[in-house]
Design a protein around this ligand. Structure first.
Ligand code: NDP
Length: 428
C-alpha cells in the first residue's frame, strides 16, 4: 500500500528560494566545489540553479579545462557565471590557499575518496566547513572506513566547524531514508536492507557508473553485513537474490559491503541486521571476472617498460569515462531502503525509494542518473549547511540530522521519493 506523501508531515522549504527574507542573515554563500567529474558537474549545475543560497561558486579540479567545460554548460543551461581554478587537492597548503583566495565558507569535496583527509586538513587550516560523498580510502589499500574521518571530531568541534560526511545517494539519501523511517514510519527498527538498482543500459560492452577505479575496488571487495552486533564476511559477489524493483522490473542483486552500514549500525544499535545489495548484469560480471583473472583489477604496482604502473589505474584509463555515458544511457535507477520493525506495537515494514530516469537527467544537466543521484544530494546537503538548517560543530553522518528538510528538498530538486508499506521484509 502506498502512503500519500501529504500524510507525512515534512517541513516546507519554500523559504530556501529566498533565505535572506525569511531567515534574516545568510551565513554562508561562497562555495568551493572540488572535482570536475560526473558528480561535480551535476552538483555545480544544481547549485547554480539556487542563486539565493549559492551566490558565489568556484569549481576547482586537477585539470582546469574540465572545470571550464562545466562552467560553459552551466552558462548555457542556467545562465550563470561560475569561477574555475586548477588544484591538486592532495596538496593541503594549495587547497587552503584556494579556500582563502575564494573566501569559501564551505568546501564540497567531489574529487576522489583519496583526497578526503587533505581537504579536511585544508578546511581546518583555512576555517571552512566541509562536505563529501564518499569516505576516506588509502590509495594503496582497498579499505574504506569512517575511523579516519571520525578522528577529526575534536578538531572540527574546537574550530567551530562542521564536516558532513557522505552526502550522496548511497551513502547519503539512504541514511536520510533510514532516519526518516525511524522518525515517521517504524519507531523500533529491526532489520535494514539497502537496495541499489541501476536498470540502465549505456550501450557499452563494459563501463562503470562512476569513477571506474573506486567502483571496481568496491565491487571486488568481500561482502560484509551487520548481524547481531558483529560483521559477517562472505566472498565478493557470492550471495545473489532476485528482486522486483518498482518501474525497473526483476533484477539480480548481490550482497556487498557499503560504507553507510558502518555509520547506521553505530547510530542505530537497535538494528539486528543491516545489509546492502546492488544489481549487476551478466555481461558486467563476466567482464569483471575476466579482468580480475588477468590481473587488471589489482592495485599492486607492476613494472611496465621500466616504470611502475598500477593495473587498475591503467584499466581506468582505457575504460569509458562515466561522465560521457549520459548521451547513450537509457532506463532507470531505483534505490531505497526496506526496514522492518514495530510501530505502535504492530509489526511493520516500510520501503522508501526513489526512481530516477537516465534520459531525463541528461536532458536537464547533461549527465546520467548515477552522477545525478549523487550530485543532487551533495547540493542539498550543502544548501542545508549554507542556510544553517543543518548545523553543528564536529564531524557528522547524515542520519544525525532531522531528515525532513532533506526529504522535502529531494522532492523539489529532481529526486522525488515514494513510501510503500510491505507485508514483510525480504524473504531471504
Ligand atoms: P570522477 O572520476 O568522474 O571525478 C573525480 C574528479 O576529481 C575528476 O575531475 C578528477 O580530475 C578530480 N580529481 C581527482 N584527483 C584530484 C586531485 N588530487 N585534486 C583535484 N581534483 C582531483 O568521479 P565521480 O564524479 O564519478 O565521483 C566523485 C566522487 O563521488 C567520488 O569520491 C565517488 O566515490 C563519489 N560517489 C559517491 C556516490 C554516493 O552515492 N555517495 C555515488 C557515486 C560516486 P581528472 O578529471 O583530472 O581525473
Amino acid at each position: 500500500m502506498a502512503i500519500p506523501i501529504s500524510n507525512i508531515q515534512i517541513t516546507k522549504l519554500s523559504y530556501l528560494r529566498n533565505p535572506a527574507k525569511k531567515r534574516g542573515v545568510i551565513s554562508m554563500t561562497k562555495i568551493l566545489v572540488i572535482g570536475a567529474g560526473g558528480v561535480g558537474s551535476v552538483a555545480t549545475h544544481k547549485m547554480a540553479m539556487l542563486q539565493d543560497v549559492f551566490s558565489d561558486i568556484t569549481l576547482a579540479s586537477r585539470r582546469e579545462v574540465k572545470c571550464k567545460d562545466i562552467a560553459d554548460s552551466v552558462m548555457a543551461r542556467v545562465g550563470r557565471q561560475i569561477q574555475t581554478a586548477e588544484l591538486n587537492a592532495d596538496d593541503t597548503n594549495a587547497t587552503a590557499r584556494l579556500i582563502e583566495k575564494t573566501e569559501a565558507e564551505l568546501v564540497v569535496n567531489l574529487a576522489l575518496p583519496y583526497q578526503d583527509l587533505t581537504i579536511m586538513e585544508a578546511c581546518l587550516k583555512a576555517g571552512a566547513h566541509y562536505l563529501d560523498t564518499a569516505n576516506y580510502e588509502p590509495v594503496d589499500e582497498a579499505k574504506f572506513e569512517y575511523q579516519w574521518q571520525w578522528a577529526y571530531q575534536e578538531r572540527f568541534e574546537k574550530a567551530g566547524l562542521m564536516a558532513l560526511l557522505g552526502s550522496g545517494f548511497d551513502p547519503g539519501v539512504t541514511n536520510v531514508f533510514t532516519a526518516f523511517t525511524k522518525k515517521h514510519l517504524v519507531s523500533q527498527m529491526h532489520t535494514l536492507d539497502i537496495l541499489d538498482c541501476n536498470g540502465g543500459d549505456h550501450g557499452q560492452h563494459f563501463a562503470t557508473n562512476f569513477n571506474p577505479e573506486i567502483n571496481i575496488r568496491e565491487v571486488t571487495a568481500p561482502a560484509r553485513h551487520w548481524q547481531d552486533g558483529v560483521w559477517i564476511e562472505t566472498p565478493a559477489l557470492s550471495t545473489r537474490h532476485s528482486f522486483d524493483f518498482p518501474k525497473v522490473g526483476s533484477r539480480n542483486m548481490y550482497l556487498m559491503y557499503h560504507e553507510e552500514l558502518e555509520s547506521l549500525s553505530k547510530h542505530y544499535p537497535e538494528l539486528q541486521r543491516a545489509r546492502f545489495w546492488m544489481t549487476f548484469g551478466e555481461s558486467y560480471l563476466t567482464h569483471l571476472e575476466v579482468l580480475q583473472n588477468v590481473g587488471l583489477t589489482s592495485i599492486e604496482p607492476i613494472l611496465y617498460q621500466g616504470r611502475e604502473i598500477v593495473p587498475l589505474q591503467f584499466l581506468k584509463a582505457v575504460l569509458p569515462d562515466p561522465g560521457c555515458l549520459g548521451k547513450t544511457t537509457t532506463g532507470k535507477t531505483c534505490i531505497g531502503t526496506i526496514i522492518t520493525g514495530q510501530q505502535d506495537g504492530q509489526e511493520k515494514t516500510a520501503y522508501v525509494y526513489n526512481v530516477c530516469d537516465h534520459e531525463a537527467c541528461f536532458a536537464e544537466v547533461g549527465s546520467q542518473a548515477v552522477s545525478y543521484t549523487t550530485g543532487v544530494p551533495a547540493m542539498i546537503g550543502a544548501a542545508l549547511m549554507a542556510t544553517g538548517i543543518w548545523s553543528g560543530k564536529g564531524v557528522f553522518n547524515m542520519e544525525q540530522f532531522d531528515p525532513d528538510p532533506f526529504m522535502a528538498m529531494l522532492n523539489d530538486h529532481g529526486l522525488p521519493w515514494q513510501v510503500k508499506t510491505l507485508d514483510q521484509g525480504l524473504p531471504f
